[in-house]
Design a binder for this molecule. Structure first.
Ligand SMILES: CC(C)(COP(=O)(O)OP(=O)(O)OC[C@H]1O[C@@H](n2cnc3c(N)ncnc32)[C@H](O)[C@@H]1OP(=O)(O)O)[C@@H](O)C(=O)NCCC(=O)NCCS
Length: 235
């Protein structure tokens, strides 16, 4: 195992420990965790939905497409691994304060979002984060305009089958109308396909409308013979 892979493992274990601690608080097993952890604030420990260190394991040589600029930026004050895409665009995990960076407005370019205020957003963010390495929402931020302009979700699903294997589902791909045609959707696919491989998924799947099939087929997704996608809607 390489040093960067070891670091990832350590970070994942750390995340799990924090999530477990949060779970203990939520279930009232511990009422005053802060005094036991020297003032560590669980919400401030990391505002990212998942550990960006996983990006350091991505191999651009395995991308399906080429992107003009794809550089890992290491922040001086922490172990953050963000990706500089040039043109003031940065690829990173979703953050707890992205409501203020128009994240819900971005999702409205995909579908109906309903009435979601900042409190609702933060509550759902915390629930996703506590689900411990289940939600990998990767976004692109225009840092100049402080706006999240693209997003793709990888849901990591653990199973009993396939030797207690895991599979991934891609959900909610969206790019802000003003940023389309810049290969941001392709980049998010290239990145999260590798993340799902790093996590050990035996397969990933997604649902899309007919016109976008070609787009996803370029990344190896295909309609499997004999398989059907069935859906029952309640609203
Ligand atoms: C689909 C979407 C994510 C593409 O984002 P993007 O960053 O502009 O895409 P990219 O620049 O990476 O790639 C563009 C490719 O997708 C194709 N494409 C984009 N939108 C398309 C559409 N509505 N129908 C068919 N093809 C489309 C382009 O023709 C282009 O094809 P190419 O490989 O021949 O160049 C964006 O248009 C979007 O957010 N749409 C609304 C939400 C949506 O439909 N999401 C997908 C849910 S499955």
């Amino acid at each position: 195992m390489s040093v960067s892979e070891q670091n990832i493992q350590i970070e994942l274990i750390k995340e799990k420990a924090i999530a477990n601690a949060q779970d203990l608080i939520n279930n009232n097993h511990i009422t005053d965790l802060e005094s036991k952890t020297n003032g560590l604030s669980l919400h401030e420990e990391s505002s990212y939905l998942f550990d960006p260190a996983i990006f350091s394991m991505i191999k651009t040589s395995e991308f399906k497409f080429q992107y003009d600029k794809f550089e890992l930026m290491k922040s001086s004050h922490s172990q953050e691994n963000l990706v500089d895409l040039g043109d003031d665009l940065v690829l990173r995990p979703l953050k707890r304060d992205d409501f203020g960076r128009s994240y819900m407005n971005l999702l409205s370019h995909l579908t109906e979002i309903g009435d979601v205020n900042q409190q609702d957003y933060e509550k759902r963010f915390d629930q996703m984060k506590q689900a411990d390495n289940t939600y990998f929402i990767c976004v692109v931020e225009d840092v100049k305009n402080q706006k999240v302009v693209a997003s793709l979700t990888l849901v990591y699903e653990q199973k009993f089958i396939r030797h207690t294997g895991s599979r991934g589902r891609f959900e909610d791909m969206v790019v802000d109308v003003d940023y389309r045609g810049k290969k941001l959707s392709k980049l998010l696919l290239d990145v999260l396909i590798q993340v799902s491989q790093i996590l050990g998924c035996y397969k990933i799947s997604l649902e899309c409308k007919d016109p976008l099939r070609k787009h996803y087929e370029q990344f190896g997704f295909c309609l499997e013979q004999g398989q059907n996608y069935l859906c029952r809607r309640f609203i």
